[in-house]
Design a protein around this ligand. Structure first.
Ligand code: SF4
Length: 554
């Protein structure tokens, strides 16, 4: 098929890095499915919005994008609109009610079927328009598109559109969560080539009282270590020098494998993902026994074939084990750990932080510091445990950068409890702090709690905490003056200044290191002397770029 005849799809990716990974997979699926991917929805045949539904603000952002796309569509400059991701999964019916121009709603399990869904919505349009194949032609002809008639393609939607009343013409593909974690290989990456997100599990079992994510993303499903390793190797081969480990809760990694063991003990089948990983190990055992029979005994192979779980090494079901495998086997310069839970840190994980290529950095969302609030949130840690954990992290990896986030205005947050949080932030002096105003999410325990905090009070607390965090961050940036740090160059500002990060800065969420134009290349590691600070950002000078060429191995 010539490129000219390909239908075009524009994808808008919203939300967190987990959603970004899904967007990258969607783009690859669309490209492999015969679509030309474009960055501009104006003139595209289909626009896909991969939405976020974490907070009311995230949903408002998704709505804004959909409003703009509906305007384009009404003007004949866009063919079809498809809504995917978290908002489609949880609020599919509301999306169709609020956005009558939407042609399809696709839940999380439909991620890898997007090309087929786009073909279906386009086929509907073509049937109505007698072969007009793209929005540009519609615009030229000055004709509005007609909505096609579809029936739901899958059952099980938690929020199916009401028959004939809401949006009878839309295609709805929202089903239950997949039993296995997603396979994130073969992506069309949206990050710069030199860093990539590596999702190690999907879903969450923590059930924090304020959080709707387990409802949206489903229960914890860890990827077997073999699958994570395969994905990491693919990303490294594709040019990633930094891998950023993500999940809803990375420290929960592997807990569901233990549940599989329970299943086995009870005579039930383990999950397909666990079997797949064991099969990988069996293949490895077989190979080793063929090349060196003395190394692996035949009975070990036979036993592994009879009971695949016996091929799993002791301790394999843990983040510490996974980190060890990745550190040993994947050839990258930096590995970064995000989205940890303070209640789930083990000494084995703490001991690896800062041991290359694992950088001395941790993202540790704490949410609050008052024991009463933490207990109400169901966070399984009190202030004393949190302070002890931070002390252990700092002792194990001196200079470790700690990022955290807090929620203000949670039900029951009195003035005194908020002041305690403020004092805690002043005392601990985090490297990076994010603050969210509590948002009552439908269906969560916290939404039904008494003592909800008025919005104006929550907003004022947000401002006070942000000001304190900003003052501390600016002072920390100033204190870096004179330090020599290894940085990775991400790109350049419009002015030409280079934008880089040191190991204590994650992409998009933390500050950056600014360098003079032309002093290093994108994707290059260089040694930099910090000469000043601009707010959250550092300013530096390249010391000797020859010593820090992009590595071909770790
Ligand atoms: S750890 Fe808590 S806040 Fe994070 S996704 Fe799980 S339930 Fe939500």
């Amino acid at each position: 098929m010539s490129r000219k005849s390909l239908a075009t799809v524009a994808l808008v990716s919203l939300g967190c890095p987990k959603n970004l990974v899904d967007s990258e997979r969607m783009l690859a699926g669309l490209a492999l499915g015969g679509f030309a991917v474009t960055t501009d929805a104006d003139g595209a045949d289909v626009a896909v919005v991969n939405t976020c539904a974490f907070l009311d603000l995230s949903r408002a952002e998704s709505d804004q994008h959909l409003d703009a796309l509906e305007t384009l569509k009404r003007r004949g400059r866009l063919g079809r609109i498809v809504v995917a991701g978290c908002m489609a999964q949880r609020y599919g019916r509301q999306v169709l009610q609020r956005h009558p121009g939407v042609d399809a709603v696709v839940g999380l399990a439909g991620r890898d079927e997007l090309a087929g869904i786009c073909r279906r919505v386009l086929a509907g349009r073509r049937a109505g328009e007698r072969g007009r194949s793209n929005a540009a032609r519609q615009r030229a002809a000055g004709r509005e598109t007609r909505r096609a008639k579809y029936h739901p393609v899958r059952g099980g939607s938690p929020n199916p559109p009401r028959k004939a009343r809401s949006a009878p013409a839309a295609l709805v593909s929202v089903g239950p969560h997949a039993a296995a974690p997603p396979d994130d290989r073969e992506r069309l990456r949206l990050t710069p080539r030199h860093y990539a997100y590596l999702r190690i599990s999907e879903g969450c079992d923590n059930r924090c009282a304020y959080c709707a994510i387990p409802e949206i993303r489903g229960p914890l499903r860890s990827k077997p270590p073999g699958q994570v390793l395969a994905e990491a190797e693919e990303l490294a081969a594709d040019g990633a020098k930094e891998l950023i480990l993500i999940a809803q809760d990375t420290t929960a990694y592997g807990r569901d494998f233990a549940a599989d063991d329970g299943h086995l003990a009870a005579g039930l089948a383990p999950r397909a993902g666990a079997i797949a990983d064991c099969e990988l190990r069996i293949a490895d055992l077989k190979k080793r026994s063929a090349t060196n029979p003395a190394h692996v005994s035949l009975p070990a192979v036979q036993s592994a074939i009879r009971n695949p779980q016996s091929a799993m090494e002791p301790g394999a079901a843990s983040l510490a084990h996974l980190l060890g495998v990745l550190r040993e086997r994947v050839r990258v310069r930096w590995l970064r750990l995000m989205y940890t839970h303070p209640a789930s840190f083990t000494e084995d994980v703490i001991g690896q932080l800062g041991v290359r290529p694992l950088v001395p950095y941790v993202d540790l969302p704490l949410q609050h510091a008052s024991d009463a609030i933490l207990e109400s949130m169901g966070r399984r840690t009190g202030r004393a445990e949190i302070e002890s954990l931070i002390a252990r992290l700092r002792a194990a990896a001196p200079g470790i950068a700690i990022r955290t986030s807090f929620i203000v205005g949670y039900p029951g947050e009195t003035d005194a409890r908020f002041e305690e949080l403020l004092g805690f932030v002043e005392k601990v002096r985090f490297d990076h702090v994010g603050v969210f105003v509590y948002s009552a999410e439908a269906g969560t325990r916290a939404a039904g709690l008494p003592d909800q905090v008025p919005a104006a009070v929550a907003r004022e607390r947000w401002e006070r905490l942000m000001q304190a965090a900003e003052r501390l961050a600016f002072a920390a940036a100033e204190a870096r003056r004179g330090q020599v740090l290894e940085v990775l160059v991400d790109g350049a500002e419009e002015s030409g200044r280079l934008v880089a990060r040191h190991a204590g800065q994650a992409p998009e969420v933390d500050g950056v290191v600014l360098l003079a134009p032309g002093t290093a290349a994108t994707g290059q590691f260089v040694q930099v002397r910090i000469t000043g600070a601009e707010g959250y950002d550092l300013v530096g000078e390249v010391e000797d770029s020859s010593k820090f060429q992009v590595p071909s191995s770790k």
